[in-house]
Design a protein around this ligand. Sequence first.
Ligand SMILES: C[S@@+](CC[C@H](N)C(=O)[O-])C[C@H]1O[C@@H](n2cnc3c(N)ncnc32)[C@H](O)[C@@H]1O
Length: 216
Amino acid sequence: MRRTLLPALVGALLLGAVPQAALAREPAPVASHPLESSDRAVIAHRDGIVRALELRPGIAVADVGAGTGAFMEPIARAVGPTGRYLAVDVDPEMVAILAARARRLGLPQVRVVHSRRHDVRLAPASVDLVVVIDTYHHFDPVAPMNRSLFRALKPGGRLVVVDFDRRPDSPEWVKDHVRADRATFVREIEAAGFRHEADLKVPGLHGHFIARFLRP
Ligand SMILES: C[S@@+](CC[C@H](N)C(=O)[O-])C[C@H]1O[C@@H](n2cnc3c(N)ncnc32)[C@H](O)[C@@H]1O
């Protein structure tokens, strides 16, 4: 990284929102990154998942645990230039990849946010929808993180969690990797004040659940 970029980048990481220009010379995300693989069910069914979100132009969406930004373009285009798409991640390497991707995409509605493990670092009551894709099972500590998602949502806003549906007959790697089942996750999220509204279905997407919650 060039020395001239360092102050801007350090400042950005402290504040959460990352100025895109500060990371302008970061390497491009690699298409062969494992998170981009169509072997992942959520990538193979990306269009169906985005449709299930019922996005509208003008709304503000936070993609928490955005990773390499696999959902950045479809969500950002669906909310349009009058909306906002906030790509949030806790990992500085992912934040750099997201910022580079956002810069290449060049859509004004896209912002990148460097969050913390217990705090999404979004303004209170600032977003209409939070989406958490293959990330909820990574939340640790989970309770403060869920409370911070609740605070970030406007009253009447929604949280949609897409995650592995851990069952007794799930593959061993799912049982090893995912700490609890859907019912446990739903209880944890409701404990933060959310109301479970619906379980959504995406044709052909098996082994995952999609749960939608209301922030009353
Ligand atoms: C398996 S990846 C999923 C990425 C993306 N949602 C997708 O489906 O392609 C999980 C991501 O969540 C991030 N993550 C884990 N815990 C987090 C937290 N508490 N807040 C924000 N991001 C988190 C990780 O850094 C990683 O980028």
